[in-house]
Design a protein around this ligand. Sequence first.
Ligand SMILES: [Mn+2]
Length: 338
Amino acid sequence: MNDKEKIAEIFKSRNSFLIGSHVNPDGDSLGSELALASLLKRMGKKVAVLNPDSLPSVYNFLPYKEWLSHSCHRSTDEKDGWEVGIVVDCSEYERLKEVQKFFSSLPFVINIDHHISNKKFGDLNFLDSSASSAGEMVYQIFRTLAERPTKEEALLLYVAIVTDTNCFKFGTTAHTHRIVSELLAFGLNPRELQEKIYDIPFLAVKLLELIFSTLQISEDGKICWAEITRGMLDKINKGENEDIAQTDVFINHITSIKDTEVAVLFKELDSPPIGEAGKIKISLRSKSFVDVNKIAKVFGGGGHLRASGCLIRGALKEVEERVIAEVEKEIGNKISNV
Ligand SMILES: [Mn+2]
């Protein structure tokens, strides 16, 4: 039996499932979790979805979002007594943050993931780093169970794939497109969905203006990078607009600069106490030959071959220098190997 078949058997034979995914939920984690939850509910199972963070407002349109709960919203008894845990789109237990303990204490945990850096923490690990998204893998479970997705489930899986591939720009194979064509056949409107996910509020464009004012390019034209400082966020946001804090998609704008290979976005997280170095969140993207997972790993992060991230404590400029030096080193290695 392969991993999908084993999962299908567990879905049939067990009765209660706790589903969870990583911090900073994205389209793939949310779409995959909710599609799985809906499938299991249709199979007559007891299901809950428990995440470390709440739903970003951009995903308010997702069906079944009311099933999502996060750590502070559940009583302890709702967190216990589950037969099976399913952790999806998550490379390591630590990415579950404070809900990790509710999964690691369960008798059986299934890990469904497409990150190349996956640490195989499950009792059953269904891993495929060639999959565009966890959503693509979840769809394979539907197929193994011979379950046709409902329109809502198709929408959730479409959102998972569209967001993790940045509108089919990376990680996409013929297989991905075949799955997407099957999902669209359930009556989805791709333009409308992409608009809901990607059209950005006016204030976010104003923030982008500030980010672009910091844009830099390496001498060889291969690396482009920019900053998001606390000052910028405070100036635009004033603590009111939650959407603006969802800055993860901004890396896509840097990635689409012509003839570059690597895009890096440095984001200052919350201001540290005086005298302490703050945390900088680094997002890395590459187009064709640089392994950004390897670069992120140098700094204790990870992810995918073409999309990775890490967190470094330090002053913004100093962190920038360290990361860009590492990217230059990696590009140098690749070019000299050709
Ligand atoms: Mn994913």
